[in-house]
Design a protein around this ligand. Structure first.
Ligand code: SF4
Length: 236
């Protein structure tokens, strides 16, 4: 899974760049997932059926032959949303403080990046607009960087890698002092995926679960020590 955040001040072209990158990846046959973070909610046309339901319901799901979506009337943890995205590459617009993935910072001036954690940046680019978008060559360069260096950490902030926050580990990956495999929450004895998306497991929980499941399955006829694969089909 490749992932990149696009952060920067208002009106510095984050959406312009996000769209250009998404198109670049889609043209190459990749499935692109977009995550957008906003402190102020999202615009939605007044008076639509969906909006009327959302005023009284805690969540609304809709599906049709051409699109499906679900909307909650509260902030959901990103970990709950990621397994719903069927994507080869994730582009997140906003989420400056998150720090689970590297980022591209859109800046107006050289010293404009300090609040955007430049230690997490794969690149900083000048602010752009729909009328003045980044060139095709620049988009291709940035897409190449994402494919080479993009990653996603689980965001548990569990400290098992020796850093207090995932953001510190992400900065070390960026600086070449660590690799993604060093995240202990996704490199323990047990891997769990939800719809193909790896889920983070605290190393302690991973050890307990893997020991318990191995001990139970060890009682079954035909069990031989080695890697175990279990797929659980849940109701949809
Ligand atoms: S081990 Fe992984 S999940 Fe835990 S703090 Fe380090 S990077 Fe984050």
């Amino acid at each position: 899974m490749k992932a990149i955040a696009i952060v920067g001040k208002k009106k510095t072209g984050k959406t312009t760049l996000g769209l250009a990158l998404a198109k670049n990846f889609a043209d190459k046959g990749m499935k692109v997932g977009i995550i957008k973070h906003s402190h102020h909610g999202f615009d939605e046309a007044e008076g639509t059926d969906t909006q009327k339901y959302k005023k009284v319901a805690s969540c609304v799901a809709a599906y049709s032959p051409t699109q499906s979506f679900i909307s909650w009337n509260k902030e959901k943890p990103l970990q709950d949303l990621l397994p719903l995205l069927e994507a080869d590459v994730i582009i997140m617009e906003g989420g400056n403080k998150l720090g689970w993935m590297p980022r591209i910072i859109t800046v107006r001036e050289d010293a404009d990046d300090k609040e955007f954690f430049p230690e997490l940046a794969l690149a900083q680019i000048p602010a752009c607009t729909n009328d003045n978008p980044p060139s095709a060559e620049e988009v291709e360069r940035l897409a190449g960087l994402v494919m080479e260096k993009g990653f996603l950490l689980p965001g548990l902030n569990c400290g098992a890698c020796g850093r207090e926050f995932c953001r510190d580990f992400a900065a070390d990956i960026n600086a070449g002092k660590a690799t993604r495999d060093g995240c202990k929450a996704t490199s323990g004895k047990m891997d769990v995926t939800s719809n193909g998306m790896p889920l983070a497991l605290n190393p302690f929980v991973s050890d307990i679960l893997s020991a318990g499941i191995s001990a139970m399955l060890g009682q079954l006829k035909g069990y031989t020590p080695g890697d175990l694969n279990i797929t659980i089909k849940t109701d949809r």
